[in-house]
Design a protein around this ligand. Structure first.
Ligand code: ADP
Ligand code: MG
Length: 319
């Protein structure tokens, strides 16, 4: 067993809005092991990004933590002071997003953004030293240092995404949260970016939480997978376990909806029904209104999480 860098226990994140409270995360537990890549998958709106932002304590208003804990090397992030959290962001935990343009400042050259990021955390460093460190980071990414003199808009989407990961890693965090990092890239550039991510993961022994609605993306990189549905964890396990022997009917539905070229399936099986209303979630198991294997108990009681050999599912079929 490797040490866990992150341990999320029974996390709850709520957004009170005019029509009620959006229970975006409703009791999620998840561990990220040192040097592991954990893929977080599920349909749009299931709470993946909220979970990612929670780890950096960056909830958008009116969100708040309604319960649980998020431990980074044993220290609860939710109990840290504001300045401790500021220190944690970037230095210990880096994050990259779907759209690099929203996180890169269009007004500043890339080099200035590196220097700014580095000196925010290490104020003792001279501009020269910070620039040298930025150049070394670019070298790791296979980017010429001349790029430091360019503005973000002068770069392609793939190049901007590389710059983003450079900024996320330049302070040597040991955890990286990557939220849909390839969704805005075309297929080839996205595949190259995933290769780069894998290479960096090995080089720096990074622990990565890789968030994607695309099972193909997480399958390529992840050691483990957590499947979310309606703000809860439906299933988790090693990639081979979850893909080879999916337990939860929701996971089975997700896998069946992937086009399989080799099997030459004529059409995609899509899962009937809508994602759940998180203001008034269905009682019992949130998936029960869409579940092909629904039983009486599923409509009444929330399933416990059970399983063996780290392959777990929250489903009454296994309780
Ligand atoms: N600032 C907010 N105010 C109200 N609801 C929000 C806010 N941010 C997220 N939500 C809700 O939380 C749920 C989870 O959203 P999100 O984490 O973005 O899902 P995903 O990343 O899986 O698509 C959604 O129902 C979304 O509408
Ligand atoms: Mg999202």
């Amino acid at each position: 067993m490797t040490e866990n860098v992150l341990e999320i226990k029974d996390l709850k994140v709520h957004f009170p809005i005019h029509i009620g409270t959006v229970k975006a995360i409703e009791g999620v537990s998840l561990d990220l092991g040192q040097g592991d890549v954990m893929g977080l998958v599920g349909e749009s709106g299931c709470g993946k990004s909220t979970l990612g932002f929670s780890i950096l304590r960056l909830l958008s208003t009116p969100g708040f933590f309604a319960g649980g804990s998020i431990k980074y090397h044993g220290r609860d992030i939710l109990k840290m002071t504001e300045s401790e959290v500021l220190d944690l962001r970037g230095k210990n935990i880096g994050m990259i997003f779907q759209d690099p343009l929203t996180s890169l400042n269009p007004l500043f050259k890339v080099g200035q953004q590196f220097v700014e990021t580095i000196r925010t955390h290490e104020s003792g460093l001279s501009k020269r030293e910070a620039t040298d460190r930025a150049a070394a980071m670019l070298e790791c990414l296979g980017i010429t240092t001349a790029r430091l003199n360019e503005y973000p808009h002068q770069m392609s989407g793939g190049m901007r995404q590389r710059i983003m990961i450079g900024l996320a890693l330049v302070l040597s965090p040991d955890v990286l949260i990557a939220d849909e990092p390839t969704t805005s890239l075309d297929v080839i550039v996205g595949a190259q970016f995933l290769d780069l991510l894998k290479e960096l993961q090995r080089q720096f022994n990074l622990s990565i939480l890789l968030i994607s609605h695309d099972l193909g993306v997480v399958a390529q990189l992840s050691d483990r997978i957590t499947v979310m549905y309606g703000g809860r964890v439906a299933e988790s396990g090693l990639v081979g376990q979850v893909f080879g022997n999916p337990l939860h009917p929701y996971t089975r539905g997700l896998l069946a909806s992937i086009p399989n070229i080799r099997l030459d399936k004529p059409a995609l099986e899509t899962m009937p029904g809508n994602t759940p209303d998180l203001v008034n979630p269905p009682p019992g198991c949130v998936f029960h209104p869409r579940c092909p294997r629904v039983m009486d108990v599923c409509r009444r009681e929330r399933p416990r999480t059970t399983g063996a050999d780290e392959h777990l599912a929250a489903c009454w079929l296994y309780s």
